[in-house]
Write a protein that binds this ligand. Structure first.
Ligand code: ADP
Ligand code: MG
Length: 318
């Protein structure tokens, strides 16, 4: 949670524990029958799964200046938590996920996973984005196997896990199909199965459903929530859609327009499963939307003002 005074969370309606009973006794997927006997692997208050401590990140422009993209970000994500990040375009949401994925290094501050500094990509974290990165020349099953192969998992285990995760995303019948034979929503589920099959602790999702029609998105919300409940993984989900954030998140962090700072955090106490049509959800969304609009207006002012440059930080070390 951010240490900045203005970032203290505001509670959104309904003081009901959002976690379903199955999640409270949750463990990693497969052994559904033993779930209740296993230790609680839900949201824990000990060492955060992901810690972003006083993160600044600046990019160097072609003219040699440095643009401050992220400015003193403090965010802690608990094990098993579903954190959503919203903010206007260009506020640094993707950059933040890339930092957790180990694809970028911060300019200052530290990124921790399980209390250890992130030094690069790792199979404990996986990034899913809108473009998916599925291989059109491979079947659905081979696409799912791909990440496991990279991880050095043997053939028999790969095949067993492929069957399991395709069943989890309801695509068992499409194991031998090619991705061009699937709808957008189905392709998104293949990407999800491929990511889940490597059994990451942290799922990093960058606007994964932004290009889908509303109906497919609704279905995928249900499936993602179910899979998150069953696997007990930690999710950091980026979206510019506030309703989607409240539909899915235990907490929503709102970032400011460039440079990205945590403007406010909103814990969401609505019971699960949630519906986008729920008036309580709409009410919660309108509060966040009000604050998001301020940031969007700032971004429009900057982007439509001739000669106004983004904030440059000459003093920030690279
Ligand atoms: P978001 O995902 O919220 O739209 P990004 O994280 O992609 O934002 O980008 C944050 C800011 O950093 C933007 O101003 C963007 O132009 C800038 N930026 C992102 N990647 C690079 C890069 N590789 N080089 C220079 N600037 C970048
Ligand atoms: Mg982005």
């Amino acid at each position: 949670m951010s240490t900045k005074a203005h970032n203290f969370p505001v509670q959104i309606p309904l003081p009901i524990d959002p976690r379903t009973p199955s999640r409270l006794s949750g463990s990693r997927g497969k052994a559904a029958s033993t779930v209740a006997a296993l230790p609680f692997r839900g949201i824990s208050s000990d060492v955060p799964k992901v810690g972003l401590n006083d993160i600044c990140l600046s990019y160097r422009t072609e003219s040699g200046e440095r643009i401050l993209a992220l400015d003193h970000i403090n965010l802690q994500v608990k094990t098993g938590e579903f954190l959503c990040i919203v903010g206007p375009s260009g506020c640094g949401k993707s950059t933040l996920l890339h930092l957790i994925a180990g694809l970028h290094q911060p300019t200052s501050g530290e990124v921790l996973v399980d209390g250890k500094e992130v030094e690069g990509p790792g199979t404990d974290r996986i990034l899913i984005f809108q473009e998916l990165g599925l291989f059109p020349w491979l079947t659905v099953g081979d696409n799912v196997q791909f990440g496991m192969k990279m991880k050095g998992i043997g053939k028999a285990e790969r095949e067993e896990k492929t069957r399991y995760y395709l069943r989890l995303v309801h695509l068992s019948q499409f194991k031998d199909s090619y991705t061009h034979q699937l709808s957008g929503g189905m392709r998104q589920r293949v990407a999800l199965a491929r990511a889940l099959a490597t059994e990451p602790d942290v799922l990093l999702m960058d606007e994964p459903f932004a290009a889908l029609d509303a109906q497919t998105r609704d279905l995928l919300h249900d499936e993602l929530e179910r899979i998150w409940t069953e696997t007990g993984c930690t999710v950091v989900f980026v979206t510019h859609n506030v309703r989607e954030a409240i539909r899915l998140g235990d907490r929503v962090a709102l970032l400011t327009f460039r440079p990205g700072r945590v403007k406010r955090e909103f814990p969401v106490f609505l019971p699960r499963p949630r519906s986008l049509e729920d008036p309580n959800l709409a009410r919660a969304a309108s509060e966040i939307l009000g604050e998001l609009r301020e940031e969007i207006n700032r971004s429009l002012e900057v982007e439509y003002s001739v000669g106004v440059k983004p904030r440059v930080e000459p003093g920030v070390r690279s």
